[in-house]
Design a protein around this ligand. Structure first.
Ligand SMILES: NC(=O)C1=CN([C@@H]2O[C@H](COP(=O)(O)OP(=O)(O)OC[C@H]3O[C@@H](n4cnc5c(N)ncnc54)[C@H](OP(=O)(O)O)[C@@H]3O)[C@@H](O)[C@H]2O)C=CC1
Ligand SMILES: O=C(O)[C@@H]1CCC=N1
Length: 270
């Protein structure tokens, strides 16, 4: 692709996306422009990805890029958009990634017609195993949407959704790596408690999650059926499942994700 991609903000999510773009080879490092007010984030990006253009000046990113990804926290959106709005014309596409910032709110912040693609990525974008949900505003043409999809595919799988589903998507993919990391950490802690060396515990716990996820994806078998196949009658696994259910494992996950989606709704109200 011969487009230049700009990032305003290169913290947790921005750097995961840059990593995905470069390792997938969607664009060369020289086609990526980054600006950040945080010198440490900027120098970290410069060291990790030699060839990218780094600056503390957001306007240089906007001037040089065709696709501009706003990778700052939601409460910074208004200030950044007001700063860059005069430089954004119909040749540029704005990609938003913020929780709780709707297309209509971003349009109001720009105060003029701008092409906006609202997305919800997640940090596994760094290793090309992310999920990115997106929807476009009415100013993005079908051909422009076709140009954006390969950019999003650099991060992993891509799902087009109606904007009303963003709250659920934040719970099931934007935020969910955090719950999975907790789960891996807890499994490794238990293994360490039982005497396994920490490094082996992390390798085994994370591989079990990776392998189980791949089985769901690649066999198409219902997760309940896959669980049943691990639980030998009177065996070890059903003891663990009984204990998890006593602790309301599934209900706790459902409740947590419901609260996550509610928080996203609340953030939309500002
Ligand atoms: N983290 C995640 O897993 C996900 C995050 N998101 C969304 O991504 C966005 C970014 O989150 P995240 O990466 O975690 O945040 P971070 O704080 O890690 O990164 C944001 C970066 O932007 C910098 N910044 C702040 N203000 C400006 C400015 N005016 N101009 C240029 N740079 C600025 C910050 O600097 P400083 O440190 O000085 O503030 C920081 O380096 C959020 O809107 C969030 O909702 C979406 C999906 C997943
Ligand atoms: O916690 C947050 O608000 C952001 C959005 C999704 C993941 N991190």
């Amino acid at each position: 692709m011969n487009k230049k991609i700009g990032f305003i903000g290169t913290g947790n999510m921005g750097s995961a996306m840059i990593g995905g773009l470069i390792s997938r080879g969607t664009v060369k490092a020289e086609a990526i422009l980054v600006s950040d007010r945080n010198g440490d984030s900027l120098s970290g990006a410069e060291t990790r990805w030699p060839g990218i253009s780094c600056s503390t000046d957001n306007s240089s990113t906007v001037k040089g890029a065709d696709i501009i990804i706003l990778a700052v926290k939601p409460h910074i959106y208004k200030a950044v958009i007001e700063e860059i709005a005069p430089l954004v014309d119909e040749s540029k596409i704005i990609v938003t990634i913020a929780a709780g910032v709707t297309i209509s709110q971003a349009e109001t912040m720009f105060g003029k017609d701008v092409k906006i693609v609202r997305t919800m990525p997640n940090t596994p974008a760094l290793v090309g195993e992310g999920v990115t949900a997106y929807c476009c505003n009415s100013h993005v043409s079908e051909s422009e949407e076709r140009e954006i999809i390969p950019v999003l595919e650099s991060f992993g799988i891509v799902e087009k959704i109606g904007e009303e589903y963003f709250h659920s998507v934040i719970a099931v993919s934007g935020s969910s790596p955090a719950y999975v990391f907790l789960f891996i950490e807890a499994m490794a802690d238990a293994a360490v408690l039982q005497g396994l060396p920490r490094a082996q515990a992390y390798r085994m716990a994370s591989q079990a999650v990776l392998g189980a996820a791949k089985m769901v994806r690649e066999t198409g078998t219902h997760p309940g059926e896959l669980k049943d196949a691990v639980c030998s009658p009177g065996g070890t696994t059903i003891e663990a499942v009984r204990t998890l259910e006593k602790g309301a494992f599934r209900s706790t996950v459902i409740e947590a994700m419901n609260n996550c989606a509610l928080k996203s709704k609340e953030m939309t109200k500002g």
